[in-house]
Write a protein that binds this ligand. Structure first.
Ligand code: 13P
Length: 255
């Protein structure tokens, strides 16, 4: 059985103090209200990782993640952070290939392939994001785009490594726009991705892969999305910055 996961991507929000406050509120609400077997991941800015890791209650299914890393192990890359530095904070996940990284920092599929390798080599799990732009949705090239993103960035991995990853489908036109993919649109892509994994690897790997949906997911639309058979949880941006909303989305997983 594959894992159900809700991951929050704080993006470039929250100073250290407000981030710690938010984290404590989320953890408290989880303790009081949630008792499913889902996993919850908080992907904070780098600055928070070490503090948040130390606040994790070992009895909860809560993990910490980063939002990016550099592809090299170490060296003269001023301002960058390697996967081994991230791992040393206690973080267990790293988001790789978010559309904002692809767009604003020109991250290509071949660069993302190197980033997936370094995250895995350092014992963490990538949350690898794919998704099409509005133009690609409208001109109906989205199946090819997603296939290309997966193939070029991730299909060099052996199955045993692939099984450690989490995938996220985030249509770019739905991120931060209030436009959500309909449950049917998301299900169509999730099922397509699972089919690609079955073709490339095998049906067992495909069945066991957790595939998250991301893009304007909120407490109102989460249940309908999570009810779809190939949607195993969410990657949440804006709504992960409010403890109440984020925990309500987590509760929608158990409905
Ligand atoms: P929003 O939930 O704010 O649309 O962001 C989604 C996202 O990009 C998560 O990585």
């Amino acid at each position: 059985m594959r894992k159900n996961i809700v991951a929050g991507n704080w993006k470039m929000n929250m100073d250290l103090e407000t981030g710690i406050q938010l984290f404590n509120e989320i953890q408290q609400l989880l303790k009081e209200e949630v008792n499913g077997d889902q996993e919850v991941i908080i992907c904070s800015p780098y600055i928070h990782l070490s503090s948040l890791s130390q606040l994790v209650n070992p009895n909860t299914n809560l993990s910490i993640g980063a939002q990016n890393c550099h592809q090299a192990d170490s060296g003269a890359f001023t301002g960058e952070v390697s996967a081994s530095i991230i791992a040393s904070t206690g973080a267990a996940y790293v988001i790789i290939g978010h559309s904002e990284r692809r767009l604003y920092f020109s991250e290509s599929n071949s660069l993302l392939a190197q980033k997936l390798d370094t995250v895995l080599k350092n014992g963490m799990a990538p949350i690898f994001c794919v998704g099409e732009t509005l133009e690609q949705r409208n001109n109906e090239t989205y199946f090819e785009v997603i296939k290309e993103q997966l193939t070029e960035a991730s299909f060099h991995l052996q199955g045993v490594e692939y099984r450690k990853m989490v995938l996220a489908y985030e249509p770019v036109w739905a991120i931060g726009t209030g436009l959500t993919a309909s449950p049917e649109q998301a299900q169509e892509i999730h099922s397509f991705i699972r089919g690609l994994l079955a073709d490339k690897y095998n049906q067992d790997l495909a069945n066991n892969m957790t595939i998250l949906y991301g893009g304007s997911c909120n407490p109102k639309n989460a249940s309908e999305l999570f009810a779809k058979s190939d949607i195993d949880g969410g990657l949440i941006g804006g709504a992960s910055l409010k403890a109440r909303d984020f925990v309500d989305i987590i509760k929608a997983l158990n409905e």
